[in-house]
Design a protein around this ligand. Sequence first.
Ligand code: PLP
Length: 400
Amino acid sequence: TAATALRVQRIKPSPSTAAAQRVRELKAQGLAILDLTVGEPDFDTPEHVKAAAFEAIRRGDTKYTPVNGTPQLRAAIAQKLEQRHGLSYSADRIAVGGGAKQVIFLALMASLDTGDEVIVPAPYWVSYPDMVLANDGTPVVVPCPEAEGFKLTPRRLESAITDRTRWVILNAPGNPTGAAYTADELRALADVLLAHPHVQVLTDEIYDEIWYEPGRVPSLAGVEPRLTERVFLTNGVSKTYAMTGWRIGYGAGPAWLVAAVNTLQSQISSCPSSISQAAAAAALTGDQDFVRDCVAVYRGRRDVTVKLVEDIPGLSCTPPSGGFYAFVNCTGVLGKATPAGEVIGSDEDFARYLLESQQVAAIHGAAYGSPGYFRISFATSTDVLTEACERIGRACADLS
Ligand code: PLP
């Protein structure tokens, strides 16, 4: 008989993956969908990165690698962390896996026991609560309102911590809001954390290079050296180098955790793809012009999108500081009725209305733990964004 394990019954497929699938189906039916759900760069992987992969194949780097990644890739990761944050991680403190997603999942699997709590500030990346649940933990969602910049405050952190708290997850720049903590804000969170030595912090820095503000986005491990042994810093090459399909991510942190992650990986996948590792090393150590060029393009799209959205009565949007998403406040249209007489009672209703009336696909805020919003990805052309915003405006104007 079919008998799905409880750990699977507790979770659901990723809503972003499900949305992408729905868009594919509608397109296959011949509908011209304007897709704003995309969670990956619309650029191609840079040529020199592809060349490194071809070279790895030719060289015969086509076998298992060490569980924790090739020495070349770990050296490239260590070099990035040193240059960016002044942090020095020895080889035994870096784990490499099949995407940041896998590394985060393994870190939770390696550290959570039944009932352990993980503080997840909302809006959150859709996967965190389910990853915690799949590993027998309890997600403790802490709402972080737009008025507080969608960021966890020291006060909210303090009141969410209990004896059972194992982790706090900090994702900055964040998906879906693009919000990031300043060094001062991180220092204030660190003050709270220093008073609770049993709490560890998982920082998800996957969008760190896609950044629109002056300077570089700070990392908790770099800001507060006394926390370095309690921070698991995760990142990857997917977003920065348009390498989502290559599946390489990494984590740096305490040796005990990295060893536990590697033990799990040795039993789950043995190692990430040797070819992808060669490509990722080339991405991290090679010319960074590609990243600069992408950020310039994203910035232009961000500005256009935020302006067009702000011009639509009923909608508003805090400009994201990083990443490639705009999290749009749609509370102003809730309670209104569509031309067909249906009341828009929630952000989910609104997203469905946009899709059905205007063929614009976007993901509703409740999927990120924050009802009253929807997420626009600007990893798509300015033409698509402009047309989509026009249609969203029309959809709003049709409400009464
Ligand atoms: N973390 C966040 C916040 C993300 O948005 C994503 C991708 O959507 C990931 C991690 C996963 O990245 P990777 O492709 O390295 O698994």
